[in-house]
Design a protein around this ligand. Structure first.
Ligand SMILES: [Fe+2]
Length: 401
């Protein structure tokens, strides 16, 4: 079990799951370490860490170790407020990308395995899901944009499980933005990863249908929420927050959603967040029967549909992912193509671009970063004219991060 403790409670024999600070700020090789000596504890105190996370399955628990050093206890009083993870990225997208790629594949494989288990009448192996979501949370705490931008890339035949991975990642990033603690991030990540698990009981041909659904087919598709509810209710170890999030992700504030037609605050906070995230990911993904909406127009629609989606939460979601999400390919007024490599919280319309290609000459240019929020670049030719499809230009964006 992961527990947050104050540094004063740290004892030899404990296993530190997360030092709760950036890698560059501490002298250890990893963020996860076994405390073998009091010298290690002193080092941790020296670098100014006030609290951290321990894993009681891999080391001693605080319950077994009453305070031995009253001086330390007085020096660092235990926090009474809920822990808030860092909202600043700890590493660059580039540094995180390879690990995030691994986490994405691990998460996708887990969703497929969970679906196979259910088809075979087995229970969900919650520990397996728990482990992969922990890796997702860790990746997003290091840099949220790496996993999110990878989650945007989906092939047509992998929609069902990649949508689950993407919703899981976006939920964790959204939760981090909202200041949720580590355990809550895990719960909403698990809810996100498993929210559509009931689709396992919907005929594959119907899920893959490449034309508009009939009313009857739509009724059938809607049943996936009830199936998710039944599957998750039977699975030991799925937390109520993860469960509610999955059951409520199609409810809408005005009562137009399903399965219960709940209204307003009868839909929990996590269910309201999941509704936004689920709709965003579905709309921004190319599917046979639906054109792909760009992120900007999707966010605008979510904002306008304020009878269905909580406007304050939509605003927070926009602040979290940016109007032009990191990893998007855009064209400037001057005809250059650039990747959004970060956004400016104070001016979401003007992100930082890495210009890589001249669309008029159809040739690569020497990569150059440009911060559109800086006064000096407020010239028309660098302003964003629209989104571009990387496949159309045969550009593999990952290599330009
Ligand atoms: Fe769904």
């Amino acid at each position: 079990m992961i527990k947050k403790i104050s540094v004063a409670q740290l004892r030899t024999g404990m296993f530190v799951h997360d030092l709760h600070c950036g890698w560059l700020k501490h002298p250890f090789l990893k963020n996860k370490i076994k405390i073998d000596s009091s010298a290690m504890i002193e080092k941790i105190i020296e670098i100014g860490i006030k609290d951290l996370y321990i894993d009681t399955d891999r080391g001693k628990d605080i319950v077994d170790h009453p305070p031995e050093n009253p001086v330390l206890e007085d020096a660092v009083p235990e926090q009474v407020v809920k822990p808030v993870p860092e909202t600043k990225d700890l590493v660059s997208v580039r540094e995180e990308l390879e690990r995030a790629e691994h986490v994405k594949h691990e998460a996708a494989r887990t969703v497929v395995e969970v679906m196979d288990d259910i088809r075979l009448g087995r229970q969900i192996e919650v520990e397996k899901v728990d482990h992969v979501v922990e890796n997702m949370v860790d990746s997003i705490l290091r840099n949220k944009n790496a996993l999110i931008s990878l989650g945007r890339i989906k092939k047509a035949d992998e929609y069902t499980f990649m949508h689950s991975v993407s919703v899981g990642a976006l939920m964790i990033a959204f939760g981090r933005h909202m200041g949720f603690d580590y355990e809550l991030l895990k719960k909403i990540g698990i809810g996100g990863l498993l929210h559509d698990i009931g689709k396992v009981n919907i005929p594959a041909a119907l899920l893959a249908k490449d034309s508009r659904l009939t009313d009857k087919e739509f009724v059938k598709i809607k049943e996936h929420v009830m199936y998710s509810r039944d599957i998750l209710a039977k699975s030991n170890g799925v937390d109520n927050i993860s469960f509610q999030l999955a059951v409520q992700h199609h409810e809408r504030l005005d009562g137009s959603g399903y399965p219960a037609g709940l209204t307003g605050q009868d839909i929990g906070l996590h269910g309201q967040m999941a509704a936004i995230v689920d709709c965003y990911d579905a709309m921004t993904t190319q599917r046979c029967y639906q054109r792909q909406f760009h992120s900007t127009e999707t966010l605008k629609k979510l904002f306008e549909w304020n009878n269905a989606y909580n406007r304050e939460l939509v605003e927070q979601f926009i602040k979290c992912i940016g109007i032009y999400p990191v990893g998007s390919l855009v064209r400037t007024e001057g005809g250059l193509l650039g990747i959004v490599i970060s956004h400016n919280e104070n001016n979401l319309m003007r992100p930082v671009l890495r210009l890589i290609y001249d669309s008029r000459k159809r040739e690569y240019i020497m990569a150059k970063d440009i911060d559109l929020s800086e006064e000096s670049v407020h010239i028309a030719k660098f302003m964003i004219a629209g989104y571009e499809d990387p496949e159309q230009w045969n550009l593999e964006l990952k290599r330009f991060f």
